[in-house]
Design a protein around this ligand. Structure first.
Ligand code: 1CP
Length: 357
């Protein structure tokens, strides 16, 4: 585990240190847009892929080799934590992951188990170890987990939802039941992230994909304090922490104060506004519209240059999309995006150095 990183751009950017060029990775970079992923998926169901360390490791490495990103992110899912708490998870083709028995009654909430990470989620830790070995320091490895609010929403809804009526009913009618669950999830997620760091994760990201379903006031009550608690518990590992609170731009200022190293900005937000709100307290990641990858390399390059200009060569920038890469994305365009970031950010850097000499 002690191998030196040959490419530590992401780690340095997370810490707002100087970099020769801006690091780039893509949320959901290991996935259905890659024919190499689909080839494995044809022979295995999704949850088996998550639970088999050799398969998870192979899939994790694919985008590093195929599109040249500056980080690997462990192939897994945010829903493995509720599963480890005793909720049976199924994967329905075309519908995604589904909890067979969503939490609806007090008894359902009471039946949740305390997670023993090593036994219940040991397969993720094993996969992290395999990936670290296979990478042998080429790029850093990112571990991740879902944020308590987003996980609670899935656990109560049972699956993705449009209006989140079920979890909102709990929020309005039984807030104590919800906050108890959020506390339980915060502890499990923090322990899980700490275990991932010990198993080899060199950066950690928390996905609050459904933060934007909350009003600003409810975000402050039902999401932010739990994100903060997780960051405080994980911080002593020394591993940089990225928080992706999707569509919670109303709270950038507050999010900048929870102790995370990086905030990930969704594509719906304005990067310059985010920069102003956080006042250099954290690095920023994002926020390219995933749909720009359906255009062409010339347009993609223009979008990359636009984002670089917002930063003006200042440190603390991680290139990424503003949400996950979409399954129909042409692989050549994903590669063009990564190449454009590498070339254009190096050019910006060189220009700035010339200007300051
Ligand atoms: O082959 C398939 O059909 C499975 C598709 C798939 C993949 C590739 C799912 C089902 N999960 C994943 C992997 C995954 N999930 C990663 C891998 C690492 C990477 O390359 O980035 C990560 C980080 C996740 C995290 C995840 N799962 C989130 C948060 C990120 C986000 O995009 O907002 C969420 C919301 C999930 C739930 C989930 N898992 C899968 C689907 C289709 C969904 C969304 C379901 C829904 O909301 O309806």
């Amino acid at each position: 585990m002690t191998n030196e990183l040959q490419n530590d751009l992401l780690i340095r950017a997370c810490r707002r240190q100087n970099v020769e060029r801006t690091p780039v990775w893509i949320m959901r970079q290991a996935g259905r847009y890659l024919p190499e992923y689909r080839a494995i998926r044809e022979k295995n169901d999704f949850l088996t892929m998550c639970r088999t360390p050799e398969l998870a490791a192979e899939i994790t490495l694919q985008p590093v080799d195929i599109i040249g990103v500056d980080a690997a992110i462990i192939f897994s899912d945010i829903l493995v934590v509720p599963e480890a708490m005793g909720m049976s998870l199924q994967f329905h083709e075309g519908r995604g992951p589904v909890f067979e028995h969503p939490l609806r009654t007090q008894a359902d909430f009471d039946a949740l188990q305390r997670v023993d990470i090593a036994t219940e989620l040991g397969y993720v830790l094993d996969a992290l170890g395999l990936v670290r070995k296979a990478l042998s320091g080429r790029v850093p490895l990112i571990g991740f987990a879902g944020a308590p609010w987003t996980l609670a929403a899935y656990m109560v809804e049972g699956q993705g939802s449009r209006n989140f009526v079920e979890i909102k009913k709990v929020m309005y009618c039984a807030p104590k039941m919800l906050t108890r669950l959020l506390d339980q999830l915060s502890n499990a997620v923090a322990d899980y992230l700490i275990a991932q760091a010990a198993a080899g994760a060199q950066v950690l990201q928390v996905f609050d994909s459904w933060a934007g379903m909350l009003t600003p006031a409810h975000f402050h009550e039902f999401s932010l304090p739990y994100l903060k608690k997780i960051v405080e518990k994980v911080k002593p590992t020394g591993v940089p922490i990225i928080v992706f609170a999707r569509d919670a731009g109303h709270s950038f200022q507050a999010l900048a104060d929870i102790g995370a190293d990086v905030l990930s900005v969704s594509w719906e937000e304005d990067l310059a506004t985010a920069r102003m709100a956080v006042q250099g307290k954290v690095a920023l990641q994002g926020n390219v519209d995933p749909c720009v990858l359906f255009s062409n390399p010339e347009i993609i390059r223009k979008e990359v240059v636009r984002c670089l200009q917002v930063f003006g060569g200042e440190p603390g920038h991680v290139f990424n999309l503003g949400h996950g890469i979409l399954p129909q994305t042409p692989v050549a365009n994903a590669r063009a995006f990564v190449d454009a970031v590498k070339e254009e950010s190096r050019r910006t850097r060189t220009l700035l150095e010339k200007q300051s000499n």
